[in-house]
Design a protein around this ligand. Structure first.
Ligand SMILES: [Cu+2]
Length: 315
């Protein structure tokens, strides 16, 4: 083997190793990003001048959205039965197994519950936000299920662990016709309530969304607290149903947050594309859900093109 060939061979190996390092870096990066409140958070070379906050668009971009994985950070979501029959009240049970392999039995309360379960058919019909009960290490709840493939999201924080949203599919027997994709819609009508959504989503940028509730043409100013807020908003990305955390702005009783008609939220979407948003709000003792579809603009590329290096490894 002559020297140039050996060098080329070494270069190829180095490129492979470097490529693996990039992959590992990216796989590990999102986990570190979710810990970004910690001051010891590792700073990447390219981020030296960026402010180290979760709102930093450069970090938001690299963070993997919730709900895409069944297993993360040692926690695994497992359905007792991955298949079900359709019905109005189908018992569904599951466990969250922890890093030691055993079902988790200790959870921290978030928004007044130890675990929030979101269920939606993969064509985005049938949205439900429910709160299963925990017996031993098993969570149980009744869901209204139609035939098709459903996505279940468990949003929880095991005591001692980070807040996670794990996702899994549940197959429901029977033939069905898929619901056509929802069109852009910023106004929803539910049980005589009209809810409008104001604000824009831009990839990688913090978005402020204002939802306004009215009934019979009059603004509703006596919304009731539901799970510690005047509204709960879940956002799902079209295509992969990535589950995004949306944070309410203020809470009942803080002296500044009013009980409607406006409920304000903050979120940051990780990419351009279509997002489906579901607002749960309570009035006159009933919780209702208003659904919206919003397209996010922007490229999400607000940091230097450092990832471009990975495509140059052949040289
Ligand atoms: Cu909930």
């Amino acid at each position: 083997m002559n020297t140039p060939t050996r060098l080329a061979g070494f270069g190829a190996i180095a490129a492979v190793v470097f490529g693996i390092a990039l992959l590992v870096g990216r796989a590990v990066g999102p986990v570190a990003a979710s810990d970004s409140a910690a001051p010891s958070h590792e700073t990447h070379a390219g981020d030296a001048t960026a402010s180290d906050t979760p709102q930093d668009p450069a970090e938001a971009e690299t963070e993997i959205p919730g709900g895409l994985m069944t297993s993360q950070d040692g926690y695994t979501l497992t359905l007792d039965q991955p298949r079900a029959l359709p019905g109005d009240a189908v018992p569904v049970s599951f466990t969250i197994n922890g890093p030691d392999g055993a079902p988790v039995t200790a959870y921290d309360v978030q928004h007044e519950k130890q675990l929030h379960l979101i269920a939606v058919r993969r064509d985005l019909s049938g949205f439900q936000h429910v709160h299963p009960t925990l017996t031993g290490g098993t969570w149980s709840v009744d869901l209204a299920l139609t035939p098709g493939t459903w996505r279940l999201f468990a949003d929880f924080k095991a005591t001692g662990g980070d807040a996670l949203t794990l996702g899994t599919d549940l197959a429901v027997d029977g033939s069905y016709e898929a619901v056509p994709p929802a069109q852009e819609s910023r106004t929803a009508t539910v049980d005589g309530y009209q809810v409008t959504l104001d604000g824009d989503l831009d990839a990688g940028a913090d978005a402020r969304l204002t939802l306004s509730v009215s009934k019979d043409g009059k603004p509703v100013t006596d919304l009731q607290p539901y799970l510690g807020a005047y509204g709960h908003l879940v956002a799902l990305r079209s295509g992969d149903l990535a589950y995004l955390h949306v944070h309410p702005d203020g809470e009942p009783g803080d002296g500044t947050t009013r009980p409607g008609p406006d409920v304000v939220f903050h979120t940051a979407v990780p990419s351009a594309g279509t997002y489906h948003l579901y607002l749960d709000f309570q009035h006159d003792g009933v919780v209702r859900t208003a659904a919206f579809t919003v397209t996010a603009g922007g490229t999400g590329k607000s940091q230097p093109q450092e990832h471009g290096e990975s495509s140059g490894h052949a040289h």
